[in-house]
Design a protein around this ligand. Sequence first.
Ligand SMILES: [Zn+2]
Length: 239
Amino acid sequence: MGIRGWWDVVEDAAELVWRRDCPGCAGTAVVPVAVGAGVCRDCAAALRRPPERVDGTGHPPVSAAGPYGGVHRALVLAAKDHHRPDAVQVLGEVIAGVVRHLVTVGELPDPRLAPVVLLPAPTRPSAARARGGCIVARAAAVAASGLGGDACAVPVAVLGEWASDSVGLSRVRRAGNLARSLCLDTTAVGRVRRLLRTPGAAACLIDDVCTTGATLSGFSLALAGRGVIPRSGVVVARS
Ligand SMILES: [Zn+2]
C-alpha cells in the first residue's frame, strides 16, 4: 500500500470515529461531522445568519442569534434535556458570534481593548445539578474563551428554589418576582464591579431563550441594586 492509500484508510477511520448525530438536527439526522466542528454543514449555515434585536424587552437591549425553532431550538434542547456537551460547546460559539456582532456595531467593546464581562442568567441549583452544571454558565465560559482578550464569564447569581411561578404575570411583575428570588454571590459581584472600573469595559447578560425579557430585566434590576449596570443582553433564541 502506498502513502496515498494509507491516508485514505486513516481518513475513513476518522470519519467513522466522528460520525455521530448532529445536535442541531434534534438527533433526527445522522451526518458526518468534520473533526473540530460541532454541527453538520446545513446547521452551520443556519447558524451563520445575522443576530436580531428582540423587541419590547426593557433594559438591557437583548439580541438573539435566531428564532426559537430549527437549529437554535434543537441545540438548546440537546444541551438542556439530553445533556450533550457538544451542544453546550456550539451554544457557546453561537453566543460568541452575537457578542462579536455587538462589538462590530459598537454596542460592546472589543475584548482586546477592554473587559467584556459575560454574566450568565441564574438557574435553580436543583435544575443545574440535574443537567451536570448550569448550561448557560458553561456556554458563557465557552463564549468568553472563544472571544479571547479580556472577555470573561462570571456566574454571579442563582435562582432561589422558592422562586414563584410567574405564569400569567406581566413582564414587569415577572421581572420584579425574579429580582426578589435571586441569590447574588457578593464576592463575584465585587469582582465584576472591579472589572467594570476599567475604561470602556461592559457587562453583557447571557441566557439561552428570551420570551418576554422578564428574566434578563429582573437579573439586570437585581444587579443594578449592587452597582452593576449591564449594557447588553445576548440570547441564543427569542421565542
Ligand atoms: Zn445538523
